[in-house]
Ligand binder design. Structure first.
Ligand SMILES: O=C(O)COP(=O)(O)O
Length: 228
């Protein structure tokens, strides 16, 4: 039997973005946005509008309904959004199909895994306990873990350090331009998750990811591991 752990093509580590890559968080993020809309007498934002923006954090989402108010009332609006999101952070959020067998296969092959998200630490810590299948991650770096966040490479390099792996032998998987920029800036192999939050106005071909996947399990084809 082939010993997967001795496969010379295997990366030492695979680092994942969270929103739009491991978890479909858009339903709860959109609900929080619409909660704030109701609070301020605005029309709700349709799912087809907020879903492609779900990787862009609270500011990106609030901009959909509060483009003018955001200039003068950003901290108030942001607090209302974060309170609403925190109150219902894992109501409809779910793991993308294929993520759990993908993680199991990587762990079996002794590839280390980490999360590098721009989500603030407090929200990440509130969200992750709802997903015990994510206990396999040996490093979780958040948007405010360091003073810089993606597209800066530092959070990715910190995750590689915490995993004890060479960044040049790491893959970063994400669904946003900043993810691919961060991965390239960190000299990692980059993989664009096309199943995540990419809007019609985005030009993902220009982001120059090394690879693209349309399902999580396709990552195994790139790495050279058999799909379970
Ligand atoms: O919440 C955000 O700012 C985006 O989070 P992500 O980096 O996991 O996509």
């Amino acid at each position: 039997m082939t010993n997967l752990a001795n496969n010379p093509k295997l990366p030492e580590g695979v680092l994942f973005d969270l929103d739009g890559t491991l978890l479909n968080t858009a339903p709860d993020l959109g609900a929080a946005l619409n909660n704030v809309c109701a609070l301020y007498g605005k029309e709700p934002v349709h799912e087809s509008i907020y879903t492609p923006v779900a990787s862009h954090g609270s500011r990106g989402l609030l901009k959909l309904a509060f483009s003018e108010e955001l200039q003068t009332h950003e901290s108030e609006l942001r607090k209302a959004f974060l309170d609403a999101y925190s109150n219902s952070i894992a109501a409809r959020t779910h793991v993308y199909e294929g993520v759990v067998p993908l993680l199991n296969t990587l762990i079996q092959a002794r590839v280390k895994v980490a999360i590098v998200t721009n989500k603030p630490k407090q929200l990440t810590q509130e969200l992750l306990p709802s997903f015990p299948e994510f206990n396999v991650f040996e490093s979780v770096v958040c948007g405010d873990t360091l003073s810089v966040s993606k597209p800066d490479p530092a959070p990715l390099l910190l995750a590689a350090e915490q995993l004890g792996v060479n960044p040049k032998s790491c893959i970063y998987v994400g669904d946003a331009e900043r993810d691919i920029q961060a991965g390239r800036n960190a000299a990692m192999t980059t993989v664009l998750a096309h199943y995540g939050y990419i809007s019609d106005s985005d030009s993902p071909a220009d982001w120059k990811a090394d690879y693209g996947i349309s399902t999580p399990l396709e990552l195994l084809d790139i790495i050279g591991l058999p799909q379970p």
